[in-house]
Design a protein around this ligand. Sequence first.
Ligand code: GDP
Ligand code: IMO
Ligand code: MG
Length: 411
Amino acid sequence: MDYVKITPTTIKSETMANKADLIVGIQWGDEGKGKIVDLLAQQYDFVARYQGGHNAGHTIVLGGKKYALHIIPSGVLNPKAINIIGNGTVICPDAFIEEAAQFGDLSGRLFISKNAHLILGCHIALDQAKEARLGEKKIGTTGRGIGTAYADKVARVGVRVGDLADREGVIEAILSRYEQLCQIAPPKAEIASAVARWAEKLLAFAADTTQMLWKALDEGKKILLEGAQGTLLDLDHGAYPFVTSSNTIAAGACSGAGLAPKEIGRVIGITKAYCTRVGNGPFATEQENSIGDRLREKGEEFGTSTGRARRCGWFDAPLAKFACRLNGADELALMKLDVFDGFEKIQACVDYADGEPVYKTFAGWDKVAKARSFGDLPKAAQNYVAAIEELVGVKITLISTGADRNDTIYR
Ligand code: GDP
Ligand code: IMO
Ligand code: MG
């Protein structure tokens, strides 16, 4: 029989193959992905978004100034990183133009996949109308047209960034989407002027980003993939229908950026030391009481995109374990440990019995805020970190003790 011979050279090329690293939210989003991507971007040549749209709100705090990024990758504050908005994303052109304006000239530092789909006004109107119709049963979307734009993509009637090159064709396509989704379309002249604006501002960045990423990998460049939302909002693996409309998990990066599964390297899961969720859907460890209020206040848990109050509750270890398995997380970053400062006791869900969370209680601590080494943490905080690590079964390699880049402990 003919076997492929494994020689030292094939082993070498396999283990040395350049791979892209990935940041993924382990909970329901807002874990602090923006802070970590910004921090790590200093070591990467490329930062690429692979799914979602401007439903995301990734915050970076740099020298006391706060930046909220929605569709532009969180590598943008690092002058050396090239930022990619991948084919798996959905882009609202006017929101993109407004967001990009605050960063000055991005040419050569930002590229948008020609295959990424556009979020049109009719998608936004329909998203909001659907939610209004659902009333109490609404999903609690960001109202940004995410689900309706992805629905058009899947139905093969969507409009892509690259389509803007054919002005007449794209105007007709957009008119048709309005007529079908909203029964009424804006005047053609209005669409034509929007298309002219979008073409001017977006086509300058349009590229075959898959080829760009392949070339980067082949040349040994370092790529960081930036997930949006979180694992528990994944279209397939979250609590449907209380999910977003894309695959937020690590696997989504393959289709959403054009990389092969074997080209994904380190998978870094981002989790808060507690849980939050915006919008509706199951949240077993939610604390609709003074504990939840305290977490919201101390953690400033209000949406980066919509300003909505986030629902707050204790850490859920079984869900985190599930999320780490789905993503193949190699390591975890534990965020916002400082929010527990001053708590007398802290709880974490360690198991479920008859569908109800089983909690373990931990001693609280005075202060971890701004701590920059593990040894500086109070013993109780060290114990909490070690317990989470053990419960989830994934090493915690980074602990965040404040919003600033520098309030970070590496282990
Ligand atoms: P993302 O969507 O995952 O990027 O997270 P968001 O930016 O929506 O929400 C995280 C919030 O927590 C932001 O306001 C961050 O500035 C802030 N933040 C990040 N890490 C820490 C931390 O360790 N401690 C505190 N107190 N705030 C943090
Ligand atoms: P980042 O990237 C938290 C939630 C919405 C809603 C559900 C569906 O900042 O972590 P959608 O508008 O996507 O159709 O809404 O998903 N959601 C997020 N929650 N963080 C996000 O992004 C989110 N993006 C969407 O609140 O429950
Ligand atoms: Mg966010």
